[in-house]
Design a protein around this ligand. Structure first.
Ligand code: PHE
Length: 444
């Protein structure tokens, strides 16, 4: 049992802080660009509504009912003792994500500085600068990576109420304000209408064979599902919280922020006839020279933009650490500093390997299965382990847990018909969607 409780708004902002991250501002726009825009957005919205939201509610229910760490949650909610408690170890996926996520936050920190002082003016110069940082500048990247790591661990060390809740109460509203300011600015740009058309007019001829799967996979990553993160935060839900409405609010906020970030980015892209299907370099390579065209306003806009991305990244990163910390402190009675030191030590060392695997003269010796450590950690966690964790939640809640417990918890907040839809989705739609996605991703 854990004692620390969020306030109602504290929980919503902390869960939204976890959900809204690099996935929304960096990944969503570039995969939407690669998948042709509107039709992909529509598929993604369906994946969030029918699969993501149901698993989200299931994780919240498990956390709220057990009020414990993930391993104990599976153990105490299973009707009889058995191997289900091992499902709680899907929290270990967090350690793998912690190896590369702070590296990308480190790039964002560096780009705040680049944006404020010397935005590159051409796409070529921008690509060269990013490539140079990624493949040559080990010490610079280690510096920013360490900074991202320290920020994250400092906040988690202060605990759920004084660290995590407080930070989210400040950073999440600031993030929304910055994005709204940039959105207002985007409205004045020539490319605004084209951006709306690109994102909201569905042209199914542009959809790729793997688009549906990519949409389902991203729905998972962006809602922080499959690694016991939402489950862990939900163990600290206040007694009187409306968990269905809170879950809905988080999913809506997460989606809205991804769409707003998409509109801002594509307004810039279309204002200067740049290429929307750039891939992962969209944020770090394509955007800076476009901001540079806008003079002083561009410098300010770019700086604020990267500050917003940093806020989103840090609030997500702290949520990736907490499941492991809660397990070690709650279940194994470790002290919080010791738990942080252990998790931090492992993730930081592996993170250094991931970072060096992108560097030209060290990369070759850090390859495994033909992939650099960075790509390997990213692929294993988001394409294999998170979906696997999601299926376990769906199967456990849909087939193993007593339905009565769920009805007792959820019916006060949900129309019985809606409850049936949710239960159907958790038993059939969500597992089928995730299995199909994994097969497709692994075969691709
Ligand atoms: N949801 C976060 C994002 O969109 C990433 C994340 C994944 C956070 C898993 C926690 C757990 O960037």
């Amino acid at each position: 049992m854990i004692a620390a409780r969020f306030s109602r708004i504290g929980f919503i902002l902390a869960a939204a802080g976890s959900a809204v991250g690099l996935g929304n501002i960096w990944k969503f726009p570039y995969i939407t660009g690669e998948n042709g825009g509107g039709a992909f957005v529509l598929i993604y919205l369906m994946a969030i509504t029918f699969i993501g939201l149901s698993i989200f509610i299931a994780e919240v229910a498990m956390g709220r009912l057990s009020r414990s760490d993930a391993v104990s949650a599976y153990e105490s909610l299973a009707p009889k003792p058995g191997p289900w408690k091992f499902a709680g170890f899907t929290l270990l996926t967090g350690i793998l994500i912690l190896t590369y996520y702070p590296i990308v936050i480190g790039w964002v920190f560096k780009y705040i500085w680049v944006a404020a002082t010397h935005l590159p003016t051409t796409v070529e110069a921008s690509g060269a600068a990013f490539g140079e940082m990624l493949t040559q500048d080990a010490s610079g990247q280690i510096f920013y990576f360490t900074l991202a790591f320290l920020c994250t661990f400092l906040i988690v060390s202060m605990g759920v109420k004084k660290g995590i809740e407080k930070l989210n109460l400040v950073l999440m509203p600031l993030l929304v304000i910055i994005l709204l300011l940039l959105f207002c600015y985007a409205i004045t740009l020539d490319g605004f209408d084209d951006a709306l058309k690109f994102l909201f007019v569905a042209d199914f001829s542009k959809v790729r064979a793997t688009s549906v799967m990519e949409a389902v996979g991203h729905a998972f990553f962006t809602l922080s599902l499959g690694m016991c993160c939402i489950m862990t935060y939900s163990a600290s839900l206040p007694e009187n919280a409306n968990i269905v409405r809170s879950s809905f609010t988080v999913a809506v906020l997460d989606t809205a922020i991804a769409l707003v970030a998409g509109i801002i980015i594509f307004s810039l892209i279309f204002s200067f006839n740049a290429e929307p299907g750039q891939g992962p370099g969209l944020l770090f390579i394509s955007l800076p020279p476009l901001f540079a065209q806008l003079g002083m306003a561009g410098t300010l806009g770019a700086t604020l933009f990267f500050v917003a991305v940093a806020f989103a990244g840090v609030t997500s990163c702290i949520s990736i650490v907490e499941p492991g910390v809660l397990y070690l402190t709650n279940r194994l009675n470790w002290s919080r500093p010791l738990a942080l030191l252990a998790i931090g030590g492992v993730a930081y060392s592996l993170g250094l390997l991931a970072l060096l695997s992108n560097i030209e003269h060290t990369g070759d010796s850090l390859k495994l299965f033909g992939m650099g450590a960075f790509d390997l950690f990213d692929f294993t966690s988001s394409s294999i382990l998170l979906p696997l964790g999601g299926i376990l939640v769906a199967v456990f809640v849909g087939y193993v847990m007593e339905k009565q417990k769920l009805e007792h918890l959820l019916l006060p907040y949900m129309h019985p018909r809606l409850f049936h839809c949710w239960y159907f989705s958790i038993r059939y739609l969500a597992p089928a969607g995730v299995v199909a996605m994994m097969i497709n991703k692994l075969a691709a």
